[in-house]
Write a protein that binds this ligand. Structure first.
Ligand code: COA
Length: 322
């Protein structure tokens, strides 16, 4: 994983908008987040995470034959961030694509990569989550509900085939519900606004900032996450008690505590890092993987359940034997 060096605390935010450390910590569990330094680009974050993942795997960029990059904060309107990353890795024609499934993006990509490897289409897939939210936030008091939540960061994994049927990705389940697309979205710039994607009126209406119906999102997250987690475990005849480690998307610590309570997951089996990084959307789960591995929680043989919910709405869960 890679996060920018610049730490933005809740007190820093309270100096530019009407909020407080107490409000943010109580409602979300977030203490600080990282924001890029001026000039840093999303692909820079993705490259730093990727190089670490490759080094840990003893691989070179050219050893990868597909790059999938999940983001909702792309470096440009087009092409996707993955193309900038591919170039920065010094690759010439390795295929790459961006996957737009917001906070569930990493798990969507796991399913896709798993299927492509099993089909024999690709042998080694780089999967990267990368977000730069800080440049797209309304940091006035009007945007405080969203601005305090999001942070910048990136995480990467390399997937390849293995012979052991009991190891690796055992199951991934993904779901979407476009009915609620507008309840958590950034409407502009997008081709849905006419006659132009970006006008002074659009800026005045702040359509280029995220719009979020927080309570509605919260309610759906705490329903869908346990649902898809159990669906995924059930598909491979496993139970909650069988799982060694639960990694939940880092949107709000209260959501995760609620879900853990509902499923009777003991505290020591749930690893969170939202307090230090905020919500890094598609990067949150690979960042959790990195830190839980560093802390010795991902020993070989451990069963890890990962679950996410996000804009779209989208939700997903994966069960992996380390
Ligand atoms: N600082 C201080 N006050 C704030 C604030 C902030 N950063 N953001 C909102 N408030 C205020 C509101 O204006 C409101 O004030 P009012 O009662 O005077 O109108 C009050 O706090 C309560 O607002 P509300 O939006 O109802 O708070 P909440 O308890 O729902 O908490 C969230 C807000 C955003 C923390 C919560 O809804 C949430 O986490 N939702 C899910 C978000 C999420 O997961 N998004 C990403 C999905 S991937």
């Amino acid at each position: 994983m890679y996060v920018p060096n610049r730490v933005v605390t809740n007190d820093d935010l309270a100096r530019i908008m009407d909020t407080s450390d107490e409000w943010i910590q109580q409602r979300t569990g977030i203490r600080e987040r990282r924001w890029i330094e001026p000039g840093q680009q999303p692909a820079d974050l993705a490259e730093a995470a990727t190089r670490q993942a490759l080094e840990a795997a003893g691989l070179e960029p050219r050893d990868v034959d597909l790059i999938l990059l999940g983001t909702l904060s792309s470096q440009a309107d087009f092409p996707g961030t993955s193309f900038f990353l591919q170039h920065q890795l010094g690759l010439e024609d390795t295929p790459c694509m961006d996957v737009r499934a917001q906070c569930s993006g990493f798990l969507y990509m796991l399913q896709l990569a798993d299927a492509l490897i099993r089909a024999g289409t690709h042998t080694r897939v780089l999967v990267v989550g990368c977000e730069v939210h800080s440049t797209g936030l309304d940091v006035s008091t009007e945007g405080r509900d969203v601005a305090v939540i999001f942070g910048d960061g990136s995480g990467a994994v390399v997937l390849e085939a293995c012979d052991d049927d009991d190891a690796g990705i055992l199951e991934v389940r993904i779901h979407s519900q476009g009915e609620h697309a507008k309840r958590l979205c950034v409407a502009a710039p997008g081709s849905g606004t006419s006659p132009k994607r970006l006008t002074h009126e659009i800026l005045d209406q702040k359509l280029h900032f995220p719009h979020m119906e927080g309570r509605f999102v919260f309610k759906h997250a705490v329903t869908r996450m346990p649902e898809v987690l159990l669906e995924t475990l059930g598909a491979v005849s496993l139970k909650v008690e069988d799982v060694d480690l639960f990694l939940f998307h880092q949107a709000n610590l209260r959501i995760n505590e609620f879900v853990a309570g509902k499923l009777e997951i003991p505290e020591d089996k749930l690893f969170n890092n939202i307090g230090r990084y905020g919500n890094c959307s598609a990067a949150s789960i690979p960042m959790l993987l990195h830190e839980s591995q560093q802390q010795g929680l991902l020993e070989p043989g451990k069963l890890v359940s990962m679950t996410a919910f996000g804009a779209g709405f989208s939700w997903a869960s994966a069960i992996v034997r380390w």
